[in-house]
Design a protein around this ligand. Structure first.
Ligand code: MN3
Length: 200
């Protein structure tokens, strides 16, 4: 199955002022497109053609670094676009998510602080995550194109802390980007959808 760049699920200027049109044009049209283009070249002859994207990511981890990096980033970005929406964020989490955050992550405020800290302390490029592992939520961070998929988790929320995700809008202020992202952009409905798929 060849990789394809999905369109953004909103207009390029829809996430302003928190994430600019210029950031989304570069991030989606250049960076994500490059992962798709390079991933397709590396998929050919890898023995993983015909597998789902998740299977390619897990199958290439530790074995085919080039394919893993590009397929991993393709997976991460497909969801990253959907983990954001205009007028997102907010403290009231939908459905079963609130109860899971309360029982597994110590409540909303602790969860927010731990998630922002994970993104802030990821040295260099990478991601901060919430995933379901053994039926419970956990906050983590990964370098480069990795995700909790490669350690037996099911990602339900992730934020890109590569500089290309925030440098145009926030320069070096990664913590400010993470706090703003959390408070104003998260699409909790997509998080809930992934949580339900991971726990059914
Ligand atoms: Mn990115």
């Amino acid at each position: 199955m060849a990789f394809e760049l999905p369109p953004l699920p909103y207009a390029y200027d829809a996430l302003g002022p928190h994430m600019s049109k210029e950031t989304l044009e570069y991030h989606h049209d250049k960076h994500h497109q490059a992962y798709v283009t390079n991933g397709n070249k590396l998929l050919e002859g890898s023995g993983l053609e015909g597998k789902s994207l998740e299977e390619v990511v897990k199958g290439a981890f530790g074995k085919n670094a080039g394919l893993f990096n590009n397929a991993g980033q393709h997976y991460n970005h497909i969801h990253f676009w959907q983990w954001m929406k205009p007028n997102g964020g907010g403290k009231s989490l939908p459905g079963k998510l609130q109860a899971a955050v309360d029982s597994d992550l110590g409540g909303y405020d602790k969860f927010r602080a731990d998630f922002v800290a994970a993104g802030t302390t990821q040295f260099g490029s990478g991601w901060a995550w919430v995933s379901v592992k053994n039926g419970k939520l956990e906050v983590s961070k990964t370098p480069n194109g990795e995700s909790p998929l490669v350690s037996g988790g099911a990602p339900i929320l992730g934020v890109d802390v590569w500089e290309h995700s925030y440098y145009i809008d926030y320069r070096n202020a990664r913590p400010k980007y993470l706090e703003t992202w959390f408070d104003n952009l998260i699409n909790w409905d997509h998080v809930l959808e992934m949580y339900e798929a991971a726990t059914k």
